[in-house]
Design a protein around this ligand. Structure first.
Ligand SMILES: [Zn+2]
Length: 241
């Protein structure tokens, strides 16, 4: 019979193994009942951590499907998880998303504390500070997916397309989006998709750190577009322009 106390002590043990990096070796020596997946599966509020880049990407899309279908589980959002990750974070995905208030990454992918390392900037553009932050997310923290998330009706892309005069430093964003705007033929949806592809290309080519992890099979780069009306994230093929 499962009790809360047993669950906590088992989780403490697994947590220590995970953070010391001894998890793989130690796990093989433990009875089957103490394997991480089964233990975490005891508690629906603590999601099992993906172990490969492909699993990490699948976990994101499964989370978005739950969100769209109104079946969120809000995993990893309790005090137990908060304390677990206070000791050390190991997010399975890193994001470049737009600052738009309607696209909160954790909510639309149904994730919790410590799951996703998120950078957001208007127009989801990979400028130097963003690249540095994402390098930290993948190289130091070990995120296995790097996801570029655009969204429908993006104001930054739309403004770049129009080329309107804007106050302050807003127009500094234009230089990063101009190529996508130019290659879109003036179509906003095309420009938004091209922008995701181009920013992903910049991340994977301009950063030797990110490029090496992709080449080593430790990191998968992916992109998608969030629909403001449906909540669904539609994957973008990064190999096609
Ligand atoms: Zn936007």
């Amino acid at each position: 019979m499962y009790t809360h106390q047993e669950g906590s002590s088992r989780r403490d043990l697994l947590k220590r193994m995970a953070w010391t990096g001894a998890g793989l070796l130690a796990t093989t020596a433990l009875p089957a009942t103490l394997r991480a997946d089964e233990t975490r599966a005891d508690d629906p509020l603590l999601a099992p951590a993906p172990t490969t880049p492909r699993e990490a990407l699948d976990a994101l899309y499964r989370g978005n499907a739950r969100f769209v279908e109104g079946k969120i589980t809000a995993p990893n959002r309790n005090m137990e998880r908060l304390k677990e990750v206070a000791a050390g974070q190991k997010p399975f995905a890193a994001f470049l998303g737009c600052a738009d208030s309607r696209v909160p990454v954790e909510i639309v992918f149904d994730q919790g504390f410590g799951d996703v390392f998120v950078t957001r900037i208007a127009g989801n553009v990979a400028d130097a500070a963003i690249i540095g932050s994402l390098e930290f997310g993948v190289e130091v923290l070990g995120a296995q997916v790097l996801y570029v998330l655009g969204h429908s009706k993006c104001g930054a892309v739309s403004a770049t397309l129009k080329g309107d005069a804007v106050p302050g430093q807003i127009s500094t964003l234009y230089q990063h989006i101009r190529r996508a705007a130019k290659e879109s033929g003036g179509d906003l949806d095309v420009a938004i998709r091209r922008n995701v592809q181009i920013q992903a290309e910049i991340l994977s080519e301009a950063s030797p750190v990110i490029a090496r992890r992709i080449a080593d099979g430790k990191l998968l780069i992916a992109g998608g577009i969030y629909d403001l009306y449906t909540g669904r994230v539609q994957p973008v093929d990064l190999s096609k322009s």
